[in-house]
Design a binder for this molecule. Sequence first.
Ligand SMILES: Nc1ncnc2c1ncn2[C@@H]1O[C@H](COP(=O)(O)OP(=O)(O)OP(=O)(O)O)[C@@H](O)[C@H]1O
Length: 223
Amino acid sequence: MAEALVRLRRVCRFYGERAVLKNIDLELVPGQVMLVVGPNGAGKSTLLRLVAGLLPPSEGEVETELPPGGIGYLGHKTLIYPKLTARANLAFWQSMFGQPRDDDAVTAVLARVGLAGFADEEAGVFSRGMSQRLSLARVFLTAPRLLLLDEPASGLDPASAVWLRREIRAVADAGASVAWVSHNIAADLAACDRVVRIDGHRVAYDGPAAGFDAAALAGEGVC
Ligand SMILES: Nc1ncnc2c1ncn2[C@@H]1O[C@H](COP(=O)(O)OP(=O)(O)OP(=O)(O)O)[C@@H](O)[C@H]1O
């Protein structure tokens, strides 16, 4: 198997006295889409934030050789500047990642997410789905080696969710590693290689997507 981009070793995370994650061991590898599932409040977003380096572990280690620009993180906040146009938002992110200004790359990524016709509109007027597309453009723009996507289809219409699944598969097939939090397991499973289910503060399942029985788990109400 390829060298891991990130390793979690016996990671625990507490909020105050409350334990959210205990003794998590996990490796994220290139070319793989890892679906992260589990019930509300299980700690999926916390896990992604730990991997992103946005949250320190309470115990254990998060090891990575990736530079900060090597990780693309899409959380629940869109991180869009409402007074800037879509194009200016992305130009800002290029500079944040220390990349030279590249208008052609911005134009291309706006087309990729279906916002070519809205490039010069203020992002503050965008619908929820359009804002989500702009956030996805931000993550795709810098071509990170690791993408951490927390419910990325949120706000997208069904056809756009299908498009997003294909995009996620394509970035992994091009060599990136993707960790993808989703509640739409039945639909998203086919685009994934691996499933990690967080439950009871721990990794309750870590194995091939092909062996993950989404229907049975949904019946138990644990996803
Ligand atoms: N900043 C915080 N301070 C205190 N508790 C927090 C904080 N962030 C998360 N939590 C708690 O940690 C637990 C895990 O939250 P997290 O958002 O990681 O779960 P999740 O699996 O992503 O949930 P969901 O599926 O509902 O989005 C929850 O009980 C939540 O209330």
